[in-house]
Design a protein around this ligand. Structure first.
Ligand code: T5A
Length: 221
């Protein structure tokens, strides 16, 4: 695995897609090869499973079955998209990954941690993120943003959960950031977009040195 793997996490409407795309753009401006992807989805098979999960038709089967479906999608995504890109030395930026399963299904859905960790071991293999940005916004702010973005469309399976669910989700992400400080960076997502983007960019520069990566790529060192 020669590339770099960065993930974005957080509640609904916290700004993950916005900032994953902004970071991808910045890395591309340095002539780096970047793959911007998302979960659930990011490969043909996983996009089919995304449709099943977000439509809510799997909800009656319970959180454990949903966790297994997210894992099936991840397995396809990791094998078809993420690992080939990392092996080719590319930068992979993923909108949601393992922490979403840990938090949504593990903590909020009460799925046994041993099952969550086993599914993770099987699906992720060497594709462990080096850096994870957790965008933190109050549930009310995130849901209002998500609602204004989707317009007249109906809320999906998880967005439609209660305010209490989304506030617990926020607390679970904050706790996770505290448990894994070497990988996870908690970012205040309430700040203006450019402030959030600068914080993300300075962290990536400090930890993964993209400015010199382009030179190394070009010279094969
Ligand atoms: N899920 C996923 C699980 O339960 N388990 C799993 O293992 C996985 C992988 C995915 C759902 O699946 C669940 C979690 C999710 O519920 P999704 O459609 O991919 O669903 O939805 P989300 O990931 O929640 O994405 P959203 O699009 O809702 O939120 P984002 O990406 O966090 O927010 P973004 O960037 O689209 O921004 C929302 C709006 O806010 C504005 C943007 O312009 C946009 O309009 N915005 C800001 N406004 C003001 N200030 C800022 N700083 C702003 N940043 C963004």
């Amino acid at each position: 695995m020669r590339g770099h793997f960065i993930t974005f996490e957080g509640g609904e409407g916290s700004g993950k897609s916005t900032h994953a795309a902004a970071l991808a753009q910045r890395l591309k401006s340095l002539d780096l090869e970047v793959v911007l992807t998302r979960e659930p989805g990011g490969s043909t098979g996983a996009e089919i499973i995304r449709h099943i999960l977000l439509s809510g038709i799997a909800k009656p089967l319970g959180a454990e079955t949903e966790a297994i479906l997210f894992a099936a999608a991840r397995d396809d995504h990791v094998r078809s998209t993420i690992l080939p890109a990392l092996d080719a030395g590319h930068w992979v930026i993923c909108d949601r990954f393992i922490d979403s399963t840990r938090v949504y299904q593990g903590i909020l859905g009460n799925v046994d941690q041993r099952l969550i960790r086993s599914l993770e071991r099987v699906t992720v293999g060497p594709a462990v993120p080096e850096l994870t940005f957790i965008l933190d916004v109050p549930a009310q702010v995130g849901l209002a943003r998500a609602k204004s973005r989707r317009g007249q469309d109906a809320a999906d399976r998880f967005e439609a959960e209660s305010m209490e669910f989304h506030e617990k989700l926020r607390q679970a992400y904050r706790a996770l950031a505290g448990e894994e400080p070497a990988r996870c960076v908690l970012i205040d997502g309430r700040a203006p977009r450019d402030v959030v983007a600068e914080k993300i960019w300075s962290t990536v520069r400090e930890r993964l040195h993209p400015d010199t990566a382009g030179i190394a790529e070009a010279t094969g060192t």
